[in-house]
Design a protein around this ligand. Structure first.
Ligand SMILES: [Zn+2]
Length: 127
């Protein structure tokens, strides 16, 4: 007679459950880290575009550039310029980011502080 006994099935289900218990939190941490990295890349892009606009316009540091000012400097357009941690309905550059004045870092407005990970900020970018 072939087939699995109930004990064998319970052991297999238990092992799968144990592996899932270990792997799911780890996967979520990697997912959040990837979102943070992507968001920081967007912040760097906004900062560089803002700097380029300031150079080209001869602006002073009290100038507050607008999206209209810096979007021409974003090579691939602003369609993919959103925080990946934002809900789908809020995934636009103006919902996700504030440019701030020249000399001040742009910020992510989604404030994704969760699971002990730092907020999306240029302070955490690799140097
Ligand atoms: Zn973000």
């Amino acid at each position: 007679m072939s087939g699995f006994t109930l004990v064998e099935l319970v052991i297999v289900v238990g092992v799968i459950g144990l592996l899932a218990t270990i792997m799911v939190p780890s996967y979520l941490n990697y997912l959040n880290a990837a979102k943070r990295t992507s968001c920081i890349c967007n912040l760097v892009l906004i900062e560089r575009s803002k700097d380029q606009f300031m150079v080209d316009s001869g602006g002073v540091t009290s100038t507050v550039p607008t999206w209209v000012d810096i979007l021409p400097y974003i090579k691939n357009g602003a369609d993919s310029l959103y925080c990946p941690a934002a809900p789908l309905s809020l995934r636009t550059y103006s919902n996700c980011y504030r440019i701030n004045q020249a000399g001040t870092d742009p910020v992510c407005l989604m404030r994704p502080v969760q699971d002990g990970l730092p907020a999306h900020s240029l302070r955490f970018r690799p140097r």
